[in-house]
Write a new protein. Structure first.
Length: 175
């Protein structure tokens, strides 16, 4: 019997894309499809990127250049990125907001975090709940993960998997 996470925590149940692409690959692919030419990075954003690159790598010009290019491309990807069709608007907005709040002007980290959170959300949404753990225990596990990490889907997923593993060990006689 398959237990679906939405029965425990969420009100919607969505399918994992059959494309086989990682969340980050999907993020980049959807960016490439959105427009052919990326928008120019605003002067104030570019100046902040350049200033941070110089501060972080004052004597390493090749690294400064790499950081500037990488951060500029990431800003463009974030600017162009659209919500994946299988992710609810509220979830997507929360993921974007949390990434921006946590990583500010580090656009490449924002992009990475958004991709990982979308991937984790999809995995949670289609999670194959184990048959050997009672529903009551699964509800406790999932409820605690949700309460403690409400918008951090990758941590929710980690906690759920870890708690299921621990539950099994406790009930199998292993210390």
């Amino acid at each position: 019997m398959k237990y679906c996470l939405p029965l425990i925590l969420f009100s919607v149940c969505l399918a994992v894309p059959a494309s086989g692409q990682s969340a980050i690959q999907s993020l980049i692919a959807s960016d490439q499809e959105a427009t052919k030419a990326p928008p120019p990075v605003p002067a104030d954003v570019l100046a902040a990127i350049q200033k941070q690159a110089k501060a972080d790598h004052p004597d390493d010009f090749s690294t400064q250049l790499y950081v500037i290019k990488n951060q500029s491309r990431a800003w463009q990807s974030l600017y162009q990125h659209k919500r994946p069709a299988d992710v609810p608007q509220k979830v997507y907005d929360g993921i974007r907001r949390d990434a921006k709040d946590d990583f500010g002007d580090d656009y490449s980290t924002q992009l990475y975090v958004i991709g990982n959170q979308i991937k984790a959300y999809r995995e949670l949404d289609s999670f194959d709940w184990p048959k050997d753990v009672p529903n009551s225990a699964l509800r406790v596990i999932a409820g605690k993960a949700y309460r403690d990490y409400r918008t951090d889907y990758s941590t929710q997923l980690y906690v759920i998997k870890n708690e299921i593993k621990s539950y099994r060990r406790l009930h199998s006689g292993e210390p």
